[in-house]
Design a protein around this ligand. Structure first.
Ligand SMILES: *Cc1c(COP(=O)(O)O)cnc(C)c1O
Length: 425
């Protein structure tokens, strides 16, 4: 049986309508920014395999770190036990994060990192004997696919079936120069009307919403207000962390510091599932008690998996020496961005660090189900470039090790496809 048939018989893929989906492409191997299929065709992975792969596929340092670990200690339960790879990772990470962060809690993906942050915030107030259970989030936010993470995310087609089961969250608009006064007043109004436990946000970039960007001055102001009003601030850096925005963390652009940070995706260089939720000393201290009920009763079987920690330790080592690599990619992207802006077929060209996004001009309303989306996806792929448009929004989020030549090809393919789309312009 060839792999396609085997897949068709036995596998249910994520975010896939199997009635209409084309057969999946079987990838046999990968190296740096390239995926290589069964027939030896090369595809440039311009979305870093769902935003996870930062230092290239099959990166040798990360692979070696996992190999060294796998014969020594593959896994051990993490309650009552610990191990060197987890301790090393916590120390390395805390040294890179804003100084407010003092403790690291382990889980295994971005959604659970968020879930942990939400539960920590609620129980923090509960342990202090304060009744606060409301969250504030941005209207278009995406924080993951578990129930808590869905609740603090945009309400729409993806979670329609579950809408009645999601807990109540107060949403505010993404701030910009025009609406900022209104956003501040809405924010304060919610805090004064409801018992707000925490404000959760994707710092500077709302990824799944369509790569929407907003400025650090607005976020700084919101965090400042939240702090004055005793509202916990949760930065979801699942996408933005580990160099994506041009700095180690998007929070490095801020003056204010969050209380809790969620990290996943790039942390293992795209090798292993790992989620981390870091907190301040004050949050941690609220769970210290002779009263057992104040314990944080949360944990996953694979908490602190040593292989994932080994991958993350190698990734952070590489990150430390990658400043030049990342700034070079940022520079290349900005050169191409300037050229994109000259095209009539695209609008809202925007960049943050290593990420560039733009909207393809379309008569339809721009959303995920825009028909253009499938056409663009297929046309890019036929030309050897993997890009996954969000509706009519195309974004380029390559591994940092993509070569200049490969990046040029990505843009050449984009230009060819969008020009074909609008032959009359
Ligand atoms: C992808 C993502 C998540 C969810 O992470 P998973 O590992 O897919 O569960 C959460 N928050 C943000 C900002 C993300 O981009």
């Amino acid at each position: 049986m060839n792999p396609f048939e085997g897949d068709l018989y036995s596998i249910w893929h994520p975010f896939t309508q199997h009635q209409t989906a084309k057969p999946p492409i079987c990838i046999k191997s990968a190296k740096d920014a390239l995926l290589i299929d069964e027939n030896g065709n090369e595809i440039i992975d311009a979305v870093s395999s769902w935003w996870t792969n930062i230092f290239g596929h099959c990166n040798e340092e990360i692979a070696q770190s996992i190999k060294n670990q796998v014969d020594t200690l593959e896994h051990v339960l993490f309650s009552g036990f610990t191990h060197q790879p987890a301790v090393q990772l916590s120390e390395q990470l805390l040294a890179l994060l804003p100084t407010s962060q003092k403790k690291v809690f382990f889980s295994d993906n971005g959604s659970t990192a968020v879930e942990v942050a939400l539960k920590m915030s609620i129980q923090y107030w509960c342990n202090k004997g304060v009744e606060k259970q409301t969250f504030i989030a941005f209207k278009d936010a995406y924080h993951g696919d578990t129930f808590g993470a869905m609740s603090v995310g945009a309400r729409g087609v993806f979670n329609q079936a579950f809408e009645n089961l999601l807990f109540d969250v107060a949403f505010i608009d993404l701030p910009n120069a025009t609406n900022f006064t209104q956003v501040i007043s809405d924010f304060l109004h919610i805090i004064h009307e409801k018992n707000v436990a925490a404000f959760i946000f994707e710092p500077l970039l709302l990824g799944s919403a369509g790569m929407l960007m907003y400025e650090s001055i607005y976020l700084d102001k919101l965090i400042q207000i939240a702090k004055n009003e005793k509202v916990i601030c949760i930065a979801d850096e699942v996408l933005t962390g580990i160099g994506r925005t041009g700095k180690n963390f998007a929070c490095d652009y801020l003056i204010e510091q969050p209380d809790i940070i969620c990290i996943s995706k790039g942390i293992t260089g795209g090798f292993m599932p790992l989620g981390l939720t870091t907190s301040t000393q004050a949050i941690y201290d609220a769970f210290l008690s002779s009263d057992k009920l104040k314990t944080f009763f949360h944990g996953h079987s694979y908490t602190g998996n040593p292989l994932a920690c080994a991958a993350a330790n190698a990734t952070l080592q590489i990150l430390k020496k990658s400043e030049a690599l990342i700034s070079q990619l940022v520079k290349w992207q900005s050169v191409h961005t300037a050229q994109l802006k000259a095209l009539k077929e695209v609008e809202n060209v925007r960049q943050i660090g290593t990420i560039v996004a733009f909207d393809v001009c379309s008569e339809q309303q721009s959303n995920y189900f825009n028909n253009l989306r499938d056409f663009l996806y297929d046309s890019f792929l036929e030309r050897g470039v993997l890009l996954r448009p969000l509706g009519n929004t195309v974004y380029i989020m390559p591994p940092y090790v993509i070569s200049e030549e490969q990046l040029k090809k990505v843009y050449a393919v984009i230009r060819e496809v969008v020009r074909n789309l609008h032959p009359n312009v």
